[in-house]
Ligand binder design. Structure first.
Ligand code: SF4
Length: 459
């Protein structure tokens, strides 16, 4: 589908590259949604009490609920090299697997402490896989905060799985990226109505549904932060379908059309299938666009969703992006969104937080999208903010969530307007400017209760 692209998009725009202090959560955060998605997996963080505290407080799982994640705590004697951490890890994994026969996939997740003492979790995973196969497959990836942004945890997890996937010569569509089950079902329903198939998902809900991959696999990403997974799939011979990400009516339509074209779907059939959900999405977005239209927005680099979201806000909600910061700019992945994002905003990659704060203060945008650690101080200074992490924890993909996505941005603006009209300003504003407790971050679409992340940036 040829979308009504602007005369000049942002693909060729100069990029402000910054390398300095960053304000992000670490990659362990991804475990919070991955453990809900992969129903026979267990994520064993090899880390410190800080790592355990992050996961326990963020995921909000009761200790008797047998969660599918845990932390093997490195004690001082491990860190000092006085104990063999590998022996202790083998013993703890054996105890875990004996107690939890439902576990079919075990992920050893590296952390800052395990990387500092150079504990080789790759070799540990190979050793443990050999010891516990065929019942359990053991993988490893890093969720360390030393190098990562928080969404890289999912990327590292999926990239670790790709080399182990079976080989196939079948022509199949592989949809890559974790979606809440309800959204995944909507995606699969749309693809089935279009006649696209067979369709496989990565990650799969259960290990028995893991996809195979080969030279006839075509894959489409539903999350823009999967750079390593993208590279790993290409190394396996699969072909990437570049497309705008399925946020909003326009992004969803462009994503589906890219897939439909690759599978020979006619335009007439495509229009017939998408007309009704498109109309619903447009109506739902319009209800929020009235609040958003004409407002300016400034993105700090955080989730790696920034460029597709800026495209959505600019084109479907009438907002004006001033700066769109992203931790990494991967044009092979977000190029189609850059094409559609009208020329104008500063595109920045990486972060030097002090300099970016200076630019944000000078621009004084109507809405600032940033990490939790920046939201509180910016609210205290009178800025209206949206937590970037909420955009990952909330179901926002495809047509039926388009209104909810727009609502995530309109809500803080409406709340601020109401407060200005009805109440004296609060001396200690909440992170979302409302004076109430922080809102739950994991929506029911992920199958959880009401887990929370407290404000405060990287632990
Ligand atoms: S940033 Fe903190 S919680 Fe995350 S891996 Fe490092 S020590 Fe653990």
């Amino acid at each position: 589908m040829s979308l009504d692209a602007p005369d000049r998009g942002c693909r060729e725009a100069p990029v402000l590259k910054e390398r300095g202090q960053r304000e992000v959560f670490c990659g362990l955060t991804g475990i919070i949604w991955l453990h809900r998605k992969m129903q026979d997996a267990f994520f064993l963080v090899v880390g410190s009490r800080t790592c355990a505290h992050l996961l326990q407080s963020a995921a909000g799982v009761m200790i008797f609920a047998e969660p599918r994640f845990g932390t093997a705590i490195l004690e001082e004697k491990d860190l000092a090299g006085l104990a063999d951490a590998n022996t202790e890890l083998d013993r703890e994994v054996a105890r875990l697997l004996a107690r939890r026969p439902d576990i079919k996939q075990l992920f050893l997740v590296g952390s800052c402490p395990s990387e500092v003492i150079k504990l080789d979790l790759h070799r540990a995973a190979e050793r443990l896989s050999a010891a516990h196969s065929p019942h359990v497959r053991v993988y490893n990836f890093s969720g360390s905060g030393i190098e990562t942004t928080f969404t890289q945890g999912e990327d590292a997890c999926l990239a670790a799985m790709v080399p182990t996937l079976a080989k196939t010569d079948a022509r199949e569509l592989l949809v890559v990226g974790a979606l809440p089950d309800v959204v995944e079902d909507q995606c699969l329903s749309l693809l089935a109505q279009l006649g696209v198939g067979p369709v496989r998902m990565l990650p799969a809900r259960r290990s028995s549904d893991l996809p195979a991959v080969g030279a006839n696999t075509v894959f489409a990403l539903v999350q823009p932060f999967l750079g390593d997974t993208h590279a790993a799939l290409i190394r396996r011979g699969a072909t990437h379908l570049p497309a705008s990400f399925p946020f909003g009516d326009e992004g969803t339509t462009a994503w589906l059309w890219a897939v439909a074209q690759a599978f020979g779907v006619t335009r007439a059939h495509f229009d017939a299938v998408t007309a009704a959900p498109r109309a619903r999405a447009q109506k739902a977005i319009a209800a929020h666009a009235a609040t958003l239209s004409g407002k300016s927005v400034f993105f700090f680099p955080d989730s790696q969703l920034e460029i597709p979201l800026a495209r959505f806000l600019a084109r479907e909600c009438g907002m004006t992006p001033i700066e769109v910061g992203t931790p990494y700019l991967h044009t092979a992945i977000v190029g189609p969104d850059l094409d559609l994002l009208p020329e104008g905003p500063t595109i920045s990659e990486g972060q030097d937080v002090e300099r970016q704060l200076d630019r944000q203060h000078a621009a004084s945008p109507d809405l600032t999208v940033c990490g939790l650690g920046l939201a509180n101080p910016l609210e205290a200074m009178g800025h209206t903010t949206k937590w970037a992490i909420e955009l990952v924890f909330t179901p926002v993909h495809f047509y039926e969530q388009a209104g909810d996505l727009a609502g995530l941005f309109s809500r803080p603006l409406r709340r601020k307007a109401l407060l200005a009209a009805n109440q004296p300003p609060s001396p200690i504003p909440s992170p979302q400017g409302g004076g109430a407790a922080p809102s739950p971050l994991v929506g029911e679409g992920w199958g959880g209760g009401a887990p929370r992340l407290a404000p405060g940036g990287q632990p």
